[in-house]
Ligand binder design. Structure first.
Ligand SMILES: Cc1ncc(COP(=O)(O)O)c(C=O)c1O
Length: 401
């Protein structure tokens, strides 16, 4: 390996959300990685830091060229005038919701899904409408483990109050790359019922080594023009703290409205490090390719470990993201408790934290239909991963007894 994915980095007392927020626990929750940034990013940030002046910056042309060149490999021919800088994917989605829906409108999400989708809709006074993904617990194939309920999707789209769909492509937390056929079916229905598709593609580069994702905007022009795509180097290159992202749309009308809204919301001004770091990120493809190998190996380690040591927990087949979706339903002995307050995944997650100091995200956070699951972040050196897995085994043994 050319790059260092082995060193265990002490992130404690660095004001890290992942490591410092909850005290002395081993955190495998929030989606950031315990690896050093790619050398070019590190150099770009240091160059800026050493300059010693930290005043206003602007978004230069090179940033747009970086996105344009990177997305060519995904078959997308972006134009500068179709891209807007934003300080994050969630800020972008906030602006999109404010610009394209009214208070009281419905926004569709496919649960279980990234929990912040719930907050961004509800906090802006819109309604969450869930198109629950269908889970096939016996499937060993990523294509059938989770599938879209298209009948339900159409029913929700038919409601005139439904104005927007937030698509997660690839999907967090189930780790699935949506197929072209899925994207096309969504796009055709959305167009038919005049629902705008917002495709959050923040995890798009983090696929299994032999896999590639399909951008929603690579569909036929008339379908793509009914969409807005959110992209960022932040997950791929672990630079979420630098707050850099972009919004892409081939719809000129959407573009103009969004440009105004991002400016109104003050989400269009870059910080001093973000522009150079974005450009450096998209020059770091060889680092990314090694990372994808490391993440895939980690996933295989977890799979084998669970099969041998904790057969009650099943790894849901996935082909993207470093967030593993663990089906713990066999450990849930309270399925028939008729209490609306009982949340198994919270109980299990809290138990693991208290008993063995391991912090995994409770699945219910991603929607009620995620309640039999835990989400595990495996973007860490192998030694740390094994430590986490041993803690999980110890914790589950205690939980069973
Ligand atoms: C699907 C998805 N969208 C957005 C974000 C956050 O994006 P940002 O930090 O750019 O707001 C995350 C972070 O985990 C995510 O998983």
């Amino acid at each position: 390996m050319k790059y260092n994915f082995e060193s265990i980095i002490d992130r404690k007392n660095t004001n890290s959300l992942k490591w410092d927020l909850f005290g002395d626990e081993y955190p495998m929750w929030v989606a950031d990685m315990d690896f050093y940034a790619a050398p070019l990013i590190y150099e770009s940030v240091n160059r800026k830091a050493n300059h010693g002046v930290y005043a206003y910056s602007f978004v230069n042309e090179d940033v747009y060229d970086s996105y344009i060149n990177w997305w060519k490999k995904y078959g997308l021919d972006m134009k500068k005038e179709e891209l807007l800088f934003a300080t994050g994917v969630m800020p972008s989605i906030t602006s999109i919701i404010r610009a394209f829906t009214e208070i009281g409108d419905n926004v569709l999400i496919q649960t279980p899904v990234y929990h912040v989708f719930f907050y961004v809709i509800l906090d802006n006074g819109r309604n969450v409408v869930e198109n629950q993904l269908i889970y096939n617990p016996d499937s060993d194939d990523v294509e059938t483990a989770y599938v879209i309920d298209f009948d339900d999707l159409e029913k929700i789209f038919k409601d005139p109050k439904t104005k927007l769909m937030l698509l997660c492509n690839p999907h967090n937390p189930v780790g699935k790359i949506w197929k072209k056929d899925d994207l096309e079916r969504i796009a055709v229905l959305a167009k038919k019922y005049d629902v705008i598709v917002v495709s959050d593609e923040i995890h798009c580069d983090l696929t299994d080594p032999d896999m590639t994702y399909i951008p929603f905007a690579s569909l036929d022009d008339d379908l793509s023009k009914n969409s807005i795509t959110c992209i960022s180097p932040s997950k791929t290159f672990n630079i979420a703290g630098l707050q850099s992202s972009a919004v892409f749309t081939q719809n000129k009308g959407f573009y103009e409205v969004l440009k105004g809204q991002l400016a109104t919301d003050f989400f269009s001004h870059p910080n001093i490090f973000s522009i150079d770091a974005t450009i450096a990120s998209y020059k770091s493809e060889d680092w990314l390719n090694e990372l994808r190998e490391v993440l895939f190996n980690n996933k295989m380690i977890v799979k084998e470990f669970l099969e041998e040591n904790i057969p009650e927990i099943r790894l849901v087949p996935a082909n993207a993201t470093y967030l593993l979706w663990l089906d713990c339903s066999k450990l849930n002995k309270n399925e028939d408790i008729e209490s609306s307050n009982y949340e198994f995944s919270k109980t299990l997650s809290e138990f693991l934290r208290e008993e063995v100091g391991l912090f995994l995200s409770p699945g219910v956070q991603f929607g009620q239909n995620g309640d039999n699951f835990l989400r595990m972040n495996i973007a860490c050196p192998k030694d740390l991963l094994i430590e986490g897995l041993n803690a999980l085994k110890e914790g589950i043994d205690k939980f069973k007894s």
